[in-house]
Design a protein around this ligand. Structure first.
Ligand SMILES: Cc1cn([C@H]2C[C@H](O)[C@@H](COP(=O)(O)OP(=O)(O)OP(=O)(O)O)O2)c(=O)[nH]c1=O
Length: 185
């Protein structure tokens, strides 16, 4: 069965490519708003919308995912501009937050949903560090305004849990695909 990643994220593509040889990529264009009552439900709802959008057009086995950063029960999505990126980084400084990725795999009308939570502790950041990091341009397409896999790694004191989950593609998805019969490359 054809495997399709419903994502424009280069990070998700790279992680999936580490484990599986052949799959297609079809980005979805759905809204990332939701009426969910809590962050986990929100991430799953959006992931499901992404996967179903592509599944209804192409069929196959479709994976959708949504990554959010949650600080004190507030969802930080992708910053809209540099000012918002600086505010997000200031609010994360010195604190522990959660990175939640909700995912959905759709095949033959059946949906498998799940999520992973990783805790991340930021160092106390100096204003100059925030200025420098935002000037690199890295924060703009990323939830919480940082990328752990890039220069943003320097902002972090520790993480607890699945590293790949922070980048946007938890290992749980790989395990689900193995259960569905896909072979590791
Ligand atoms: C916290 C964090 C997020 N991110 C990224 C992962 C996601 O790509 C992005 C969150 O946005 P998402 O809406 O989950 O994904 P996306 O818009 O990039 O791609 P698509 O909806 O097409 O699947 O932030 C990192 O790359 N590194 C990090 O450390």
């Amino acid at each position: 069965m054809r495997l399709i990643l419903a994502s424009q994220s280069p990070r998700r593509r790279e992680i999936l490519r580490k484990f599986f040889d052949s799959f297609d990529i079809v980005p979805s264009a759905v809204s990332e708003e939701s009426t969910a009552e809590n962050p986990v439900e929100h991430a799953i709802e959006v992931a499901k919308r992404k996967a179903l959008d592509v599944y209804t057009r192409y069929g196959g086995v479709v994976i959708g995912a949504d990554t959010i950063v949650v600080l004190d029960n507030m969802i930080l999505g992708k910053p809209r501009n540099k000012k918002e990126a600086k505010e997000m980084l200031r609010s994360l400084s010195g604190k522990i937050h959660k990175v939640i990725t909700g995912y959905c795999i759709v095949r033959e009308g059946e949906e498998i949903t799940g999520y992973e939570i990783t805790e991340v502790k930021f160092r106390e950041l100096k204003d100059e560090e925030i200025e420098w990091y935002v000037s690199t341009g890295e924060p703009l397409d990323k939830a919480g305004a940082y990328g752990i896999q890039g220069k943003g790694g320097i902002l972090i004191e520790w993480i607890k849990g699945d590293y790949y989950n922070v980048v946007g593609f938890p290992i749980k998805i790989i395990l689900e695909l193995i259960d569905l019969g896909f072979k590791l490359s």
